[in-house]
Design a protein around this ligand. Sequence first.
Ligand SMILES: Nc1ncnc2c1ncn2[C@@H]1O[C@H](COP(=O)(O)OP(=O)(O)OP(=O)(O)O)[C@@H](O)[C@H]1O
Length: 253
Amino acid sequence: MIIVEQLSKQFVREAGLGWRRSKSVVQAVKDIHFSAADGEVTGLLGANGAGKTTTLRMIAALLPADSGRVLVDGVQVEAGKQATQARMGVLSDARGLYPRLSARENIAYYGVLHGMSHDEANARATALADALDMRALMERRCEGFSQGEKMKTALARALVHDPQNIILDEPTNGLDVLATRALREFLAWLKSPAGGSKCILFSTHIMQEVERLCDHVVIVAGGETVAQGTVAGLLDQAAESNFEDAFVKLAFA
Ligand SMILES: Nc1ncnc2c1ncn2[C@@H]1O[C@H](COP(=O)(O)OP(=O)(O)OP(=O)(O)O)[C@@H](O)[C@H]1O
């Protein structure tokens, strides 16, 4: 379970050169708060620049927050510290695979970094290859992989240590209909008791994805949580019958 309380983050942006150089402050995240339960898919839904990636990076302990806190299974996240990382699997937007390593080596290497033995990591890589239908890819080097192949490899790598909490930044970016459908089915399995009742948190700006996949939706605009609930609850809240209309009303009204 992930609990996010009053999270905020500023960046200092530099522009120009020499005497024209100037600095400005960007408040990327102002006040994000929500909780993501086990056995559920929670979606962070927001327009470009709303603060989704910054929020996920703070949750994943990749970036320190200015204020607020994140609890993962009751343990407070501290950027750069290991305490909560064993409990999280993170798929970032930049897939970051090693091109010269095979899919299996990319996946197993992460397992070893998480303290698994080579044999354990290899066995887990094989099990994930079965679950993600990627056996044919396993011994190929990652350079030249398609978007879908990269996503599957990066997802398997994020899950190698069987984390309870799964954080995915725009996981369907660049995927075709079939790959998106396969990912959706896999996430639905992961949240089910058979898949371990995982807590799945992902960011997106695609309405359809949210409607089909999310048990809980957090609408983010201008770095703030502006509404949250089920899709049906948000439709009610906005008094709309179409989810896109509800989103626009709740995010920008
Ligand atoms: N390292 C950084 N330095 C300066 N500004 C940043 C940095 N990272 C993010 N920002 C700014 O913070 C704001 C929120 O960015 P963020 O990437 O979190 O949004 P997002 O909701 O993920 O957007 P998108 O859907 O376009 O990926 C944007 O205005 C962005 O330009």
